[in-house]
Design a protein around this ligand. Structure first.
Ligand SMILES: Cc1cc2nc3c(=O)[nH]c(=O)nc-3n(C[C@H](O)[C@H](O)[C@H](O)COP(=O)(O)OP(=O)(O)OC[C@H]3O[C@@H](n4cnc5c(N)ncnc54)[C@H](O)[C@@H]3O)c2cc1C
Length: 311
């Protein structure tokens, strides 16, 4: 094969992509990493990370991701500031077209494009993101201990978040636009029991219309319920209305599930339906969606690439 063919092409610069790059570089695979439109990935949007092992000074997501990039660069990873707009993955040599028009050819591809949380589209979400607004109770619940919070949503994820938060917070409101749920009955019963104890409150047939604050942090949510407006004072609101895997550009070329998550585990943990193409992090994980689990699967992807290239 010609020399201009990249051994290991990584798409995405979040914890999964950067960790794959660190391992790939140390295995002499000369990785090339395409950063995408969000260099450093989702973590860069949060002011404090409290659960990255060893980082007990709670660094900002931006600072943490800068150290991962520095580590990968130091070892020889080439970072490209561009994004993939189309991909041809079949065959021994994969071809990925970038926004600039450049076409990259590679023996292996690691897809690490993440999954974005869905938001309501309210102005207050942007203003108070990381300052009261979150989409991850596991990540941020700790910062709201003994405070009142709300979870928006009516599915299994919303109930999981609400039950978890009820163990940390003084009270959890579950705000849902209907009065039926897409969660298991056992979860609904658990939250109902917590409501009896005064630890939870169901706010049903309610639509969040505003998120208010003092300019620096969130102080209340406003809901419209039965034609009336209700303002609920609280410190945090957790959106649990779904995630969208960023896999659109690979659609058709690779097996995904009904929601667009890449199907992995075809022999090796990160192997996809296409030989030589691996997926790591949130784009292939509908369950855990944490920085550390993404980094872990980025490591697995690099080891799987090495295994594939060694035949
Ligand atoms: C506000 C917030 C706070 C969070 N806090 C925590 C926390 O405290 N602890 C924790 O463990 N987790 C936290 N998370 C979750 C964590 O950020 C994710 O689980 C993790 O970032 C997923 O890593 P990833 O590498 O799979 O994808 P991402 O971090 O989402 O990175 C995806 C990358 O893919 C790139 N990309 C996408 N499409 C393309 C394309 N077409 N071409 C090229 N590149 C592309 C993007 O630019 C980006 O660089 C938080 C998430 C959010 C949103």
């Amino acid at each position: 094969m010609a020399d201009d063919i990249i051994n290991m092409l990584i798409v995405g610069s979040g914890p999964a992509g950067c960790t794959a790059a660190i391992y790939g570089a140390r295995a002499n695979l000369s990785p090339v990493l395409i950063e995408g439109s969000q260099p450093g990935g989702q973590l860069t949007t949060t002011p404090e990370i409290g659960n990255w092992p060893g980082a007990f000074a709670n660094p900002s997501g931006y600072d943490l991701m800068e150290t991962l990039k520095k580590h990968a660069t130091m070892l020889g990873t080439k970072f490209l500031s561009d994004r993939v707009v189309s991909a041809s993955l079949a065959g021994e040599v994969k071809e990925l077209t970038l926004g600039s028009g450049e076409v990259l050819r590679a023996r292996t591809v690691v897809i690490a494009t993440g999954a974005s949380a869905r938001y309501l589209g309210l102005e207050g979400e942007r203003t108070y993101m990381g300052h009261g607004v979150s989409a991850c109770a596991t990540c941020d619940g700790f910062f709201f201990r003994k405070k009142e919070v709300a979870v928006v949503g009516g599915g299994a994820a919303a109930f999981t978040e609400a039950i978890f938060l009820a163990s940390l917070c003084s009270k959890v409101y579950l705000i849902h636009r209907r009065d039926g749920f897409r969660a298991e009955a056992v979860q609904v019963d658990r939250l109902r029991a917590l409501e009896q104890e005064g630890k939870a409150e169901f706010v049903l047939n309610a639509r969040v219309t505003d998120l208010r604050g003092d300019g620096t942090k969130l102080t209340s949510v406003v809901v419209e319920q039965g034609g009336k407006e209700r303002e609920i004072p609280l410190a945090g609101v957790f959106m649990a209305i779904g995630h969208v895997p960023q896999t659109e550009v690979f659609k058709g070329g690779i097996e995904t599930d009904a929601e667009g998550y890449i199907v992995v585990g075809k022999g090796r943990a990160t192997a996809t339906s296409v030989p030589g193409v691996f997926a790591a992090g949130d784009c292939a994980d509908r369950t855990y969606r944490q920085a550390i689990t993404s980094a872990g699967s980025g490591c697995q992807a690099a080891l799987d690439v090495e295994h594939y290239l060694n035949g």
